[in-house]
Design a protein around this ligand. Structure first.
Ligand SMILES: Cc1cc2nc3c(=O)[nH]c(=O)nc-3n(C[C@H](O)[C@H](O)[C@H](O)COP(=O)(O)OP(=O)(O)OC[C@H]3O[C@@H](n4cnc5c(N)ncnc54)[C@H](O)[C@@H]3O)c2cc1C
Length: 272
């Protein structure tokens, strides 16, 4: 049985800026990283491999440059990596993305039974948290989201128990295989690759599946298969702050007095 982990290469968003004229993300020159949630999904797959002997396959849909992310997955110990890359997959929304990922998982299942699909809860660029549940829906798999712990796995009866973390509560859920699990960061601490593994991964030949291999209907993938479109990207307007003090008020106590008077005048505090 195998576990498939879905990992997405994302721009390091702390450095991403919005082009104010075109209203698009400026990605040029921005370093790419593995989506942080997906690093935890990968780690969980590897821990299940260590404990139960699953084969672990990592898949990513993206441009050829996403090979780097998959090589990093090889360096930490996954058995198989596949890049889903074709111009026809480009411009996909979450519907079309989950369609391609689900088709790839179905194809992998023909080679070896897929017990679990591990995803991150969400990405740090698209941020929708829709792709994992989308994959589960398309495959007819159980879906277990917001998982912060895998409690138990019963291989004989093909059942898994997980803990899901919500705002005010935890839920312990028991489900049959096959299932899609979307993990939170709290689930584990990802391991670091060793130097020999890193060197080995550099020369690893990543398998690429394009649409000649996937044989998907072009109306179900990429831009054509997307039910939604981003019309505009923009930064929210923020109220400009006011600096009290500065050149005209030298004494910090005077600045504090000005602040108190301002807050009192706006009825935000009262002095009693
Ligand atoms: C309305 C809309 C329109 C869009 N239009 C465009 C567009 O025109 N062009 C464009 O480039 N982008 C577009 N995007 C962005 C694109 O849809 C998303 O990047 C992509 O579908 C993944 O969604 P997400 O990043 O929100 O993933 P989430 O749903 O937040 O991700 C959840 C998990 O799914 C898995 N996952 C997600 N994406 C991948 C992947 N590619 N490979 C492997 N695993 C993955 C990961 O495990 C991830 O942690 C659009 C997004 C939306 C919402």
């Amino acid at each position: 049985m195998q576990i498939v982990t879905c990992i997405k290469q994302v721009p390091d968003t702390t450095q991403v800026k919005i082009d104010p004229v075109k209203g698009t993300l400026i990605r040029e020159g921005v370093p790419s990283i593995i989506n942080p949630f997906d690093a935890h999904a990968l780690e969980e797959g590897l821990r299940l491999k260590d404990r139960y002997g699953f084969k672990v396959t990592a898949i990513s849909m993206g441009p050829p440059s996403a090979e780097v992310t998959l090589r990093n997955a090889v360096a930490v110990g996954v058995d198989n990596v596949i890049l889903l890359s074709d111009r026809a997959f480009g411009g996909a929304d979450t519907l079309a993305t989950s369609m391609v990922l689900a088709t790839a998982i179905r194809k992998l299942n023909e080679e070896e039974e897929v017990a679990l699909v591990l995803c991150g809860k969400q990405t740090i660029d698209g941020d929708t948290a829709q792709v994992g549940p989308g994959i589960a829906t398309r495959l007819g798999f159980q879906q277990l989201t917001s998982v912060d712990r895998i409690e138990e796995l019963d291989l004989k009866n093909k059942r898994i128990t997980v803990r899901c973390k919500f705002e005010e509560r935890y839920e312990i859920l028991n489900s049959c295989f096959p299932a899609m699990i979307a993990v939170l960061r709290e689930i584990n601490r990802p391991r670091y690759p060793t130097v020999p593994m890193r060197l080995m991964a550099q020369d690893y030949k990543v398998t690429v599946w394009d649409n000649k291999i996937m044989q998907m209907n072009e109306n179900e993938i990429g831009l054509k298969g997307s039910a939604t479109a981003v019309r505009r990207i923009f930064s929210p307007d923020r109220a400009k702050g006011q600096i009290l003090g500065g050149d005209e008020v030298q004494d910090p106590e005077d600045a504090a007095r000005m602040l108190i008077n301002k807050l009192v005048s706006k009825n935000l505090i009262s002095l009693q």
